[in-house]
Design a protein around this ligand. Structure first.
Ligand SMILES: Nc1ncnc2c1ncn2[C@@H]1O[C@H](COP(=O)(O)OP(=O)(O)OP(=O)(O)O)[C@@H](O)[C@H]1O
Length: 541
């Protein structure tokens, strides 16, 4: 009979009976990765039972359909009682937290091929502090090849049952993101975890702006379970736009003026490696590479709302968030100074845009959230168009900044989000308007994003929850002067207005129509824990 390293007898008792687990209050896990107790364990059928060394203890290990449980084996006292049994409580690991299994072997110089079997290693996804995931391992030590083989095959079978987890991924990597470290991020932190998980990858390193878009128009995605982009917001947004555009073309949807887009099939993973990582931060609650990678490996999927942007009835692009006015002009300035290092460029652009702060004269119409259903009903009841459109509201005046956001837009300068009351998939957008005010007051408003105070609690700030927005800049504002470095009011070029769409500059000459489309794209990401002080109190949102 083979024996464990510390002399414990090895056996595999398939389908054996399960001991009653101790109460959650009693359980004191000695290892970080062990969750205390699973609810409803009674119905959990036992698959295998055997002895392994875990940590420094010889343990009685039980594998059931939902969990792995173990308890150190107690030496029997002459009276038959266990001396310190109360110290050795059962620990357990939910099977859904395992992402890979390998046979653990020790290789000596002579044994280059097979090595000496030591046991089984389980690769585990741990939940750390708020929203952060971490990979870890659990070694089940047993020297018996037969014993380990039975358990190894059982773990493999269990892992194969997680059908939502990807087996092959198309990776798109922007080598120019931030300080050009996206390749290093991918090859050092992401690829090793994908390899351990047995996920096949096909990596394309983009060579120019727009490369991902043109590649996704043509390339075959049939063999991939998902697409992953490694880069910043501009790159992620480009890839999301490309996937959605592809979905429309595949479904025969006219892309000149998209009214009701169809969802994109392959889920998109977002590995944060840019100078701004608002999308990854909003999706995972933290711009953390390992967390993002583990969500992909575990097949956690979120359906996320997406906006369409169009002008004069013509579709422009898909995106998650937009800024017009100060946000657009600051980006236009940053783009003109691409030669600067990313952080310096951002700071420079913000300071310069603040120095040249001027309001945009425009008219904003919006359809408040939940009114479109009423609108459809009114149209169905034969109301004239003007009667139907009474649902639309209109404001006009001089605005310093207009933000339209379908996602919360978490970032380092706004840890609770630029739109903290929006969710990833609540089917609405936040419309946040800063009317004209003095520069110090506007700066005070911007600074509030960084702390817990309500950034909307200013008389010049208005917030609305909307489904559609139309922004009409007034055409009588001063014309572009090519002599002026940044154009009038920092405009991007000619007579167009700069829009910041997910960190990408979009120049539009006339009005922009933004509509939200609920749950249009699948993104890899788990449901986020709310921040402790999650809701700001605001009259409108
Ligand atoms: N090889 C490349 N060379 C130049 N630009 C590229 C390349 N690959 C992708 N891009 C473009 O770079 C833009 C910005 O990329 P990304 O968002 O990853 O970086 P970033 O550092 O966060 O950018 P930003 O400083 O604009 O926030 C994207 O619009 C993308 O199309």
């Amino acid at each position: 009979m083979p024996r464990g390293r510390r002399g414990g007898r090895v056996s595999a008792l398939e389908g054996g009976s399960e001991e009653e687990a101790p109460s959650a209050a009693d359980a004191v896990p000695s290892v970080l990765w062990a969750s205390r107790r699973l609810p409803g364990t009674a119905a959990d059928q036992i698959l295998l039972r055997g002895i392994f060394e875990i940590g420094r203890d010889s343990c009685d290990v039980v594998l059931s359909e939902r969990a792995l449980r173990w308890r150190p084996i107690q030496p029997e006292s002459p009276t038959g009682d266990s001396k310190d049994g109360f110290l050795h409580k059962e620990e357990c690991l939910e099977l859904k937290d395992i992402f890979s299994v390998k046979l653990k072997r020790r290789y000596s110089v002579q044994q280059q091929r097979s090595g000496t079997l030591l046991g089984i290693t389980l690769f585990i996804c741990l939940k750390k502090e708020q929203n952060k995931l971490k990979d870890s391992t659990l070694d089940l030590i047993n020297l018996s090849e037969d014993h380990c083989d039975v358990w190894f095959r059982q773990f493999k079978k269990i892992l194969a049952g997680f059908s939502n987890r990807p087996k092959s991924l198309k990776i798109l990597l922007n080598p120019q993101s931030h300080k050009k470290e996206a390749a290093q991020v991918y090859y050092e932190k992401v690829e090793p975890l994908l390899k351990i998980s047995g996920i096949k990858t096909d990596v394309t390193i983009t060579e120019y702006e727009g490369h991902a878009l043109s590649l996704l128009k043509e390339c075959e995605l049939q063999g991939f379970d998902g697409v992953v982009c490694v880069g910043g917001d501009g790159f992620t947004s480009e890839v999301a736009h490309a996937l959605l555009l592809r979905a429309q073309k595949n479904a025969g949807v006219e892309t000149d003026s998209i009214l009701t887009p169809v969802p994109a099939r392959p889920p998109l993973g977002v590995i944060p490696a840019g100078s701004t990582n608002v999308l990854a931060h909003s999706l995972h609650g933290i711009p953390h590479v390992v967390t993002a990678t583990l969500h992909i490996i575990m097949g956690h999927i979120q359906q996320v709302d997406v906006c369409t942007f169009s002008t004069t009835g013509k579709f422009l692009r898909f995106g998650f968030s937009a800024m017009f006015g100060f946000g657009g002009r600051a980006l236009a300035l940053a783009e003109k100074h691409r030669w600067m290092p990313p952080n310096q460029r951002k700071d420079f652009a913000i300071i310069k845009a603040l120095a040249k702060l001027k309001p945009e004269d425009c008219e904003i119409s919006f359809l408040p959230f939940n009114s479109s259903q009423d609108l459809e009903e009114r149209r169905a009841q034969g109301f004239p168009k003007s009667g139907c459109d009474a649902q639309w509201q209109m404001i006009q005046g001089q605005f310093l900044n207009v933000s339209i956001m379908a996602i919360p837009c978490l970032c380092s300068v706004a840890p609770r989000g630029l739109a903290p009351n929006t969710r990833l998939n609540n089917g609405s957008m936040a419309l946040i308007i800063a009317r004209n005010t003095s520069r110090p007051e506007f700066i005070k408003h911007l600074k509030r994003y960084a702390n817990v105070k309500n950034q909307f609690n200013f008389p010049f700030v208005e917030t609305y929850t909307v489904e559609e927005v139309k922004v009409y800049p007034k055409s009588n504002s001063s014309r572009h002067n090519p002599e002026e470095e940044d154009g009038p009011r920092g405009r991007a070029s000619g007579n167009s207005f700069p829009w910041n769409i997910d960190g990408d500059l979009m120049e539009v000459a006339s009005e922009v129509h933004v509509r939200v489309h609920p749950r249009l794209i699948n993104l890899y990401g788990g449901s986020m824990e709310e921040m402790n002080d999650s809701k700001v109190t605001c009259n409108c949102l």
